[in-house]
Design a protein around this ligand. Structure first.
Ligand code: ATP
Ligand code: MN
Length: 347
């Protein structure tokens, strides 16, 4: 892979050049490929580096894709399709650096079947008044619940203030089902730790808690790849961590400069992630129980989604109180319903 302008600084404050970033990915190639291989990926590109002004989040494979590189076809929530870059080898990752990508955001699917996720993702988002330490406490609670279900979760820093939990699943369920499983999981955690955890989509209801962002499991929602950099001045990296080490780390410990030595010394904390693919049956049974016994159904989708079947009103509670329309589905998300093909939920 040829890198043009190798001395151009992609992270000026951290002093990380294009060649440095390409070298970083080459150094951690096995580890970074574990999270990216055969996955369609969206790129957050900064062609002039961080602070260079321009940046764009690209889903479609850019023009100039090398002839050895692959794409994978994905279907967006609108029902339209697109071809995204598919990571097949270390050179693909190095090529993203040539394209000025500072963040790699893979789909939770593999190219062979882009409608059925093979990765369940739990996004723990600290709300104002909480921080990384609170996210760690909630991650431990989540770890315990997964263990009760016989499921082995892996954890990584997001590179922001929160954490991502990853679970390898059999690619047998749709995005709608995988999101339903995440909602059931999050609700059970919320019942166990109501002071610490919220599943409220509405910020006004979240309080000083960790929000479990179940909509990150919706179709066309990405989570940054393990070992990808984040577009932050420190050249911070989203870093997998062993559960036994989680209490001893800070997100800022992991940068382009520190991570290669850590991986060389300790290996990849996600090394065993592909060993077992779990079933979603237990979580989907929890979802059924929530619905039958507690009347807890679906939760709102993000604003850019078409209205989804069974989705509740997409309006924040403080506004809904002033709304005369008692129909729980009718006017919901009417602005989004313009594209009412519902194809995002098909199959
Ligand atoms: P934090 O721990 O601070 O929440 P995060 O990376 O999890 O960091 P979120 O806002 O929770 O950030 O978003 C989750 C994921 O959604 C990201 O990892 C990224 O893949 C994707 N994402 C969020 N916002 C954007 C954006 N503006 N552009 C591209 N991708 C985004
Ligand atoms: Mn997050």
């Amino acid at each position: 892979m040829r890198i043009s302008s190798p001395d151009k600084l992609l992270f000026p404050e951290a002093g990380v050049s294009k060649l440095d970033l390409a070298t970083y990915y080459a150094d951690v190639a096995d580890a970074v490929l574990r999270g990216l291989r055969d996955r369609p990926v969206a790129l957050n590109r900064f062609p002039d580096g961080l602070g260079g002004g321009k940046s764009f989040y690209t889903k479609a494979a850019p023009k100039g894709l090398p002839d050895w590189a692959s794409t994978a076809r994905v279907t967006f929530p609108s029902g339209r399709t697109g071809d995204e870059v598919c990571v097949t080898e270390a050179a693909t990752v190095v090529w993203t650096v040539q394209m000025g990508a500072l963040e790699l955001h893979p789909w939770p699917v593999r190219a062979a079947d882009t409608d059925h996720p093979d990765e369940l993702r739990i996004d723990l988002d600290p709300q104002p008044g909480t921080d990384f330490a609170e996210a760690v406490a909630v991650a431990r609670e989540a770890h315990a619940l997964f263990e009760e279900l016989g499921i082995r979760p892996f954890v990584k820093t997001s590179g922001g203030r929160g954490l991502h939990l990853l679970v390898r699943i059999e690619p047998r369920w749709t995005f709608v089902e995988a999101r339903r499983a995440v909602i059931a999981f999050a609700r059970e955690l919320e019942r166990r730790r109501p002071e610490q955890i919220t599943t409220s989509w509405w910020k006004e209801e979240r309080g000083e808690r960790i929000f479990i962002d179940f909509n990150q499991m919706a179709r066309d929602r990405m989570t940054v790849a393990a070992y990808s950099t984040r577009a932050r001045p420190e050249a911070i990296v989203s870093m997998p961590v062993l559960w036994s080490d989680l209490g001893d780390v800070e997100p800022g410990d992991f940068t382009v400069k520190t991570v290669p030595a850590l991986v060389a010394k300790n290996g990849d904390a996600n090394a065993e992630i592909d060993d077992v693919a779990h079933s979603l049956d237990a979580l989907l049974e929890m979802a059924d129980r929530d619905e039958k016994d507690h009347g807890l159904g679906d939760l709102p989708y993000p604003p850019d989604f078409p209205k989804m079947p069974g989705e509740p009103k997409r309006v924040q509670p403080s506004k809904a109180r002033h709304d005369d329309d008692g129909d729980s589905a009718g006017s919901a998300g009417s602005a989004e319903a313009a594209d009412s093909t519902h194809q995002g939920s098909k199959s």
